[in-house]
Design a protein around this ligand. Structure first.
Ligand code: B12
Length: 230
């Protein structure tokens, strides 16, 4: 299904695990991370926190195991992502990936519409953070392979969802397409509404300083706009 450049360099039946973040990540992992460990100015602080949490969990839980860890923000030299987060969410059964092609008789006159994943419990209030591929491990026949729940089955609902994601994503409305069990706090919304290049300054106004020796870098090297997805 995928072009060779987007295929993972592992046999098709290799075990993989997808890591999502829920709204609680911001208060339970991110703010303690910036408070206790600080952050560097060269990349997005959320990405630094995710990398720290995932890599320490992998070394703790799977010592000696070959794990190929890929993060949502990592890009190939071709500018394509190191893994297709939304496709992975769909095929893992975690969140249905609604794509333009899932709408019959499209009303957009050939315009490209980006697709969006919907989680059955969190709606759009989550992010896809990392893929862990367990080299050499093949799941047994008894391993469940669930289909993602189709929470937006109607054509009208899918049109509304894709239009909200593509044209009005800043108003958060696409995230409420199903009633979520938890949403981002006002502080988290403020963080993700702030352009990535201004988030380090926002953290500083909240009293979270960059790590010692990183202050000049924090001021000079703001992360690019494509990073720091929420
Ligand atoms: C680059 C990028 C951007 C760019 C470009 C947008 C884009 N979609 O290309 C920019 C900076 C504009 C952007 C913006 C945003 N983004 Co963005 N972005 C990404 C990123 C890093 C890569 C997307 C990409 O280039 N994909 C490559 C294209 C080619 O993939 P594709 O269109 O899915 O096509 C493949 C599938 O169709 C597959 N395929 C083919 N047939 C079939 C059949 C089936 C059944 C399946 C499952 C797949 C499949 O094959 C195709 C490839 O050959 C992803 C994270 C990641 N690592 O994937 C986040 C991501 C898509 N973004 C995300 C979000 C939330 C946003 C924003 C709302 C910003 C924000 N607040 O975080 C905005 C809104 C977007 C908009 N309205 O335009 C979330 C989406 C979450 C979700 N619920 O779906 C992601 C997953 C990040 C995350 N960590 O969760 N983004």
């Amino acid at each position: 299904m995928l072009p060779p450049t987007l295929r993972l360099d592992h046999p098709d039946d290799t075990l993989a695990l997808l890591v999502l973040s829920t709204p609680a990540m911001f208060e339970q992992a991110f703010l303690p991370f910036v408070e206790e460990r600080g952050y560097e100015g060269l990349s997005d602080p959320i990405d630094q926190c995710v990398k720290h949490c995932v890599s320490s969990a992998v070394s703790r839980c799977f010592p000696g195991q070959e794990v190929d860890v890929r993060y949502d923000y990592e890009m190939l030299p071709s500018r394509k992502p190191k893994f297709l987060a939304q496709t992975a969410a769909h095929v893992s059964g975690a969140a249905f990936y609604y794509q333009q092609s899932d709408v019959t008789e499209q009303p957009w006159a050939g315009k490209k519409m980006f697709g969006v994943c919907v989680h059955p419990r969190f709606g759009g209030w989550f992010a896809i953070r990392a893929l862990l591929v367990f080299g050499g491990v093949t799941p047994g026949a008894e391993t469940p392979r669930p289909d993602p729940p189709d929470c937006v089955p109607s054509r009208e609902g899918r049109i509304e969802l894709l239009e909200a994601f593509n044209f009005n994503w800043r108003d958060w409305s696409y995230r409420d397409v199903v009633t979520p069990v938890q949403i981002y706090s006002e502080r988290q919304k403020e963080y993700f509404s702030t352009p990535p290049s201004k988030r380090v300054a926002l953290l500083q106004t909240w009293g979270f300083a960059p790590r010692e020796g990183e202050r000049a870098a924090a001021a000079a090297d703001a992360p690019g706009e494509a990073s720091g997805h929420g």
